[in-house]
Write a protein that binds this ligand. Structure first.
Ligand code: K1U
Ligand code: ZN
Length: 177
């Protein structure tokens, strides 16, 4: 099966608020499998369902697999909800839906969240550092929020203009071909 495409800014589908998952069906399990494939293929350290045009509250995260010798150890979280945060950390973030751009974002340094796993079991996750940053970034996607919404308007506007030019150029090149 072909990999699912990742939606790219400024696609309005990235702005939808995703719906809670009421029942963990085979379709949900298949979506989670597909998301892991996309995340490892891109490569990325996280992915949220709306990025592959599935507006439901499902995220996958694996912040260690890219390190040498590290095994794949993905977290697959259904209906994740932040229940506590503490501290502050600034991290240079990227996003598979925001091509060719990175920027510093301030977030909570430690998080505690509730979610369900793919067996419908309730889980509580505590994370810090990069894993906490990544979890907050992915939960933002479920609410239609992108990391560029959390940087200065000047930087966001500059990126938006550059991205529009990039899209125009790509369209022209496709027409010429
Ligand atoms: O949500 C996404 O688009 C995935 C995104 C997650 C993320 C990255 C950095 C900070 C917070 C959240 C990415 O994975 S971008 C790619 C990336 O960070 C990476 C890719 C390969 C190796 C190491 C990092
Ligand atoms: Zn992202």
């Amino acid at each position: 099966m072909a990999l699912r495409d990742v939606l790219k800014f400024p696609d309005e589908r990235l702005r939808r608020v995703s719906q809670p998952i009421e029942e963990i069906t085979d379709e949900v399990r298949e979506l989670a499998r597909d998301m892991l494939e996309v995340m490892y293929d891109e490569p990325g350290i996280g992915l949220a369902a709306p990025q592959v045009d599935a507006p439901v509250r499902l995220i996958v995260v694996d912040t260690e697999w890219t390190e040498e010798e590290a095994e794949r150890n993905p977290l697959v979280l259904v209906n994740p909800e932040l229940v506590d945060t503490s501290g502050k950390i600034t991290w240079t973030e990227g996003c598979l839906s925001v091509p060719d751009f990175e920027a510093e974002v301030e977030r909570a340094e430690r998080v505690r969240l509730h979610a369900e796993d793919l067996d419908g079991k309730e889980v509580e996750i505590e994370a810090e550092g990069l894993q906490a940053v990544c979890l907050q970034h992915e939960i933002d996607h479920l609410d239609g929020v992108l990391f560029i919404d959390r940087i200065s308007r000047l930087k966001r506007n500059r990126y938006t203009e550059r991205r529009k030019k990039q899209i125009r150029r790509e369209r022209e090149e496709a027409e010429e071909a």
